[in-house]
Design a protein around this ligand. Structure first.
Ligand SMILES: [Zn+2]
Length: 200
């Protein structure tokens, strides 16, 4: 059994999603202002109750909180307050905000291509939003599971996969726990028959 883990993440494991039948998209989200819904109604346990004192810099990733948001800056004031950002906190705690589970025969034959697409969209997203990152990528024989530090990146990756390769896309957002689970499958899905071993 080939099983590759790309990070230290060894925490929550998503279950297998529904099997695909090609070309469909289902979603918890309804209406046209889905992103706005995410922004307005999240109950993120990692969201600070008060805004960080500006300027502050994350001592781990060096993202800078300035102008009311986290951003990448080449320079920051020497007296910036050190404060670990939410993304680094989640990575430290092995506590993802979202998962993208990819499954189906297509994964077996196009694994690298699919991973490349996921990483590409992470780079684009992270450049603008420092706290939106891939935490880990877990490879199983029939599935690939991407864990993220935020609730937006899974949707972006899932929709990019669906645009590029069709298949079936399911999006589920749990408002109460501020958690997103995305399942994309293309080709015959055998993931439900796979008993992937848990790490540890
Ligand atoms: Zn950080």
């Amino acid at each position: 059994m080939r099983r590759v883990v790309h990070s230290k993440f060894a925490g929550m494991h998503p279950g297998a999603g529904p099997s695909g039948n090609g070309g469909a998209v289902t979603s918890f989200f309804t209406g046209v202002r889905k992103d706005r819904l995410l922004h307005e109604q999240v109950h993120d346990p990692y969201r600070a109750t008060s805004k960080p004192v500006e300027p502050c810099v994350c001592p781990i990733c060096h993202a800078v909180f300035k102008g009311g948001r986290w951003q990448w800056l080449e320079f920051w004031p020497a007296d910036s307050h050190p404060q670990t950002c939410q993304a680094c906190q989640r990575i430290r705690d092995n506590y993802p905000a979202g998962f993208v589970t990819m499954s189906g025969d297509f994964i077996a034959t196009h694994r690298l291509e699919v991973l490349h697409l996921a990483r590409h969209h992470e780079r684009v997203e992270r450049a603008e939003h420092p706290l939106h990152r891939i935490m880990s990528i877990e490879e199983h024989p029939d599935t690939v599971v991407v864990a993220t530090t935020d609730i937006h990146l899974p949707k972006r990756i899932g929709q990019a996969l669906h645009r590029a390769y069709k298949g079936r896309l399911d999006l589920h957002y749990d408002k109460e726990s501020c958690f997103v689970r995305v399942h994309w499958t293309a080709g015959a899905d055998r993931s439900n028959k796979t008993n992937a071993k848990k790490r540890r």
